[in-house]
Write a protein that binds this ligand. Structure first.
Ligand SMILES: [Zn+2]
Length: 138
């Protein structure tokens, strides 16, 4: 249910899997343990289960993108800096490789989708700045 945050983690270079909310909790917990992942959820029952099993789990107090990212900066120490060598494909999570310097373009090593710094980039920058401000305010 936090699919809207997925692209953010990947753009920022975090290896992220999406687990649909109708998916099986036990399978998710198993996956988190074997692949050393942190679960981020709005499901309090899942949060309790994970805590009992010693799986690192963050219960997000909000759906709001800016507030959620600010919360994760505080709790997990996620970095808000875009690293062009670490960024991942928002669609499939694979690493991107740079294919052109000017204009800057990347191609996904898995699905082949291409990305470049275009108009949407201003929006990404604006939201990341909002998050930084939110972190400083709280
Ligand atoms: Zn891809």
């Amino acid at each position: 249910m936090l699919g809207h945050l997925l692209s953010w983690f990947r753009i920022l270079g975090y290896d992220t899997l999406y687990w649909p909310s109708e998916g099986c909790d036990d399978a998710l917990l198993k996956e988190a343990i074997t692949s050393h992942r942190i679960i981020i959820t709005r499901d309090s029952l899942l949060f309790q289960k994970a805590s009992k099993q010693g799986v690192k789990c963050i219960y997000l107090p909000t759906y709001d993108t800016v507030n959620a990212l600010a919360y994760l900066v505080k709790t997990l120490g996620i970095k808000l800096e875009f690293d062009e060598n670490e960024t991942r494909c928002p669609e499939c999570n694979a690493k991107l490789t740079k294919i052109s310097i000017t204009p800057k373009r990347w191609r996904c090593t898995n699905c082949g989708k291409e990305y470049w710094i275009g108009g949407h980039w201003r929006n990404i920058r604006r939201i990341l700045n909002e998050v930084k401000q939110r972190v400083e305010q709280t």
